[in-house]
Design a protein around this ligand. Structure first.
Ligand code: ADP
Ligand code: NI
Length: 205
């Protein structure tokens, strides 16, 4: 089995899980993260194939995207075990997938491949696509776009609030110089969007 055949097999596996995912964690998110991770890896001296594979697979065991996290982990191990990759490569893929989530934004992966995949996932959360994903997620969770009314006496759990809670901080959490540079423009897109959003909001409310 060539790298191309392994790639096809991984894509098929990911498509079966995420094809219909409605919160911005769909097959296309995995594809962008995989391709971005391979690109960053080329510039950072990381292994592009390991980064790409971990990019494709990085969300398959995420607790919020699966009903049964342990089963998802078992399925992934069974799937990886059957691929004609040596143990070193399989372990490198698993290590690079670990700790990617920015829920634990203070967790810095200990391998360069992990750092690269984490950067790629974070880059997909900002910029124009990041904005689109945020409202897809918020809509799916029946969250408001924005409100000035206090919600249960706490910070409003709105999609606009998510920009201030998380997205605007991601630029500062990038691990690699390549991602830091890619994040600049995407961060500026978030800032411009928020400015325009508030201008329109304040015009008629
Ligand atoms: P990870 O992919 O690292 O697990 P999350 O799933 O928390 O991180 O975030 C991924 C994407 O989901 C973000 O880019 C964001 O667009 C969206 N998202 C997560 N939480 C919220 C939220 N509370 N409101 C709106 N969007 C959210
Ligand atoms: Ni992701």
């Amino acid at each position: 089995m060539s790298q191309e055949e392994i790639r096809s097999s991984v894509k098929e596996y990911v498509a079966a899980i995420f094809q219909e995912e409605p919160t911005g964690h769909d097959y296309e998110h995995m594809k962008r993260v995989a391709n971005m991770a391979a690109y960053i890896a080329e510039h950072e001296g990381a292994d592009p194939f390991i980064c790409e594979m971990a990019g494709w697979l990085h969300d398959v065991t995420d607790g919020k995207l699966t009903d049964d996290e342990n089963q998802a982990k078992e399925n992934l191990h069974t799937f990886l075990y059957k691929l004609p990759l040596d143990t070193h490569a399989k372990n490198a893929i698993l290590a690079a997938m670990k700790d990617v989530s920015f829920k634990g934004k203070h967790i810095i992966p200990y391998t360069i491949e992990g750092k690269v995949v984490q950067d790629a996932d974070r880059l997909d959360a900002i910029g124009a696509i990041g904005i689109a994903r945020t409202f897809a997620f918020g809509g799916n969770k029946e969250q408001l776009l924005h409100t000035e009314v206090e919600q249960n006496g706490s910070e409003p759990g709105t999609s606009i609030q998510h920009f201030y809670d998380k997205l605007l901080h991601l630029k500062g959490y990038m691990n690699t110089p390549t991602a830091i540079s890619l994040a600049e423009e995407r961060h500026a897109i978030l800032e411009k969007f928020l400015q325009d959003f508030h201008t329109e909001w304040n015009s008629f409310s």
